[in-house]
Design a protein around this ligand. Structure first.
Ligand code: SF4
Length: 381
């Protein structure tokens, strides 16, 4: 019996934000129910086929709370039954501030959902407009108030820094507004310009000007300092929590533990193999309806590749690579695989390595992408 984190992808949004490269669409009405049916069917098939115990559930997207009423109940009734039967330790649903009404929240609570992750992104009306988000700043507090009234134990707010036009003042304002709402978890991500997105094209055309790298680094440092002062503990490059607020589902991911992904574009990682479902609602629904596999990509990793990924993911956490834990999980000694990378980055003050663990320093977290890529492919063993 293996423990998994279950991820369910609901690929619908009311509008498509200009920076977004997640697989999501603005659906027509006839797309919605067949997709919900297909999700329920794929979930039932996976649970029947696999000898698994679900430890955490995360329903993301897209915007899961785009679904309402009977269709939301249809999806969450089996998830709630699963949560009860498996005794899941955390059940998160992503939501947008504009999509949270009392009926929706009641349906989620009845299904054992105990954590809402809200895409607040910014408390500045101009920045939300630049991101092409559909909500207004005041809807964030209204949403949080409804979440509290409905009795959810945990709340995350996502914020974005490095938005074109953002200033140190407006970023501090967003951080402070978020803190005032007292979520037990905050995630702060730098804006990225993903190829193929309208935001990327606007940057190339010169109609938006990216925040200079040094300024972006200062925004990040401001977030770490401000949130630390407010009682949040940084436990991953972008994630901060108050006591009891760590996201268990994401911690599973950073420890490279098995994941079962359900839905279009969802990724599973089971028994060392990664497989991805087709990123297209119509093709996904057709595959499930006709009993064929929705998988379009599959890769089984060698034990060395798994060790490289595990190291790279664990280094994202502030705790870093626990040498003993790493040896147990992968069968390799981190020194044997990464001696050169550890030496190079430690000598520049970007990571620390002692008998117990290897971890990025504060300075290293600012330059994480460049460092982590040196751990993906271990030295030949
Ligand atoms: S709401 Fe989220 S998933 Fe949907 S388009 Fe915007 S960023 Fe992407």
């Amino acid at each position: 019996m293996s423990d998994v984190g279950l991820y369910v992808h609901v690929p619908f949004c009311s509008i498509k934000c200009g920076y977004c490269d997640f697989y999501s669409i603005v659906p027509v009405a006839s797309d919605i129910e067949p997709l919900v049916d297909a999700l329920c069917r794929e979930l039932a098939q996976c649970l029947k086929a696999g000898n698994i115990r679900v430890e955490t559930i995360f329903v993301g997207g897209g915007t899961p709370t785009f679904l309402t009423g009977a269709l939301l109940e249809k999806l969450f009734a089996p998830l709630g039954a699963l949560a009860r039967a498996h005794g899941v330790t955390e059940f998160t649903v992503e939501a947008n501030p504009g999509s949270l009404n009392e009926d929706t929240l009641q349906i989620l609570r009845a299904a054992e959902v105990d954590r809402i992750s809200m895409g607040a992104q910014s408390f500045d009306v101009g920045e939300l407009k630049t991101l092409e988000r559909s909500h207004r700043p005041e809807q964030i507090a209204t949403g949080v108030e409804r979440i509290r009234r409905a009795g959810f134990a945990h709340l995350n707010l996502d914020l974005i820094f490095g938005i074109p036009g953002q200033t140190p003042h407006s970023w501090r304002h967003s951080l402070n507004q978020a803190i005032t709402l007292e979520p037990d978890h905050l995630a702060c991500y730098g804006l990225t310009y993903e190829p193929g997105t309208p935001m990327h094209a606007r940057r190339d055309q010169g109609s938006v000007e990216p925040v200079p790298e040094k300024q972006e680094a200062r925004f990040y440092t401001t977030a770490v300092e401000t949130l630390t002062r407010a009682g949040y503990v940084q436990y991953e490059i972008s994630n901060f929590a108050r006591p009891g607020g760590l996201c268990r589902h994401n911690l599973r991911y950073w420890h490279n533990l098995p994941t079962l992904g359900v839905g279009p574009a969802a990724v599973s990682y089971l028994e060392g193999c990664r497989r991805r479902n087709v990123p297209d609602v119509a093709s996904y629904v057709r595959a499930i309806q006709t009993g064929t596999s929705p998988t379009v990509e599959q890769e089984c990793l060698s034990s060395l590749q798994r060790a490289g990924e595990t190291a790279m993911l664990m280094l994202r956490t502030v705790e870093g690579i626990d040498r003993e834990h790493f040896r147990e999980a992968t069968g390799f000694d981190p020194n044997a695989l990464f001696a050169q990378a550890i030496h190079d980055h430690a000598s520049q003050g970007l990571l620390t390595a002692d008998d117990r663990r290897i971890a990025l320093t504060d300075k290293g977290r600012l330059l994480a992408d460049g460092i982590l890529s040196d751990f993906v492919v271990p030295a030949p063993h």
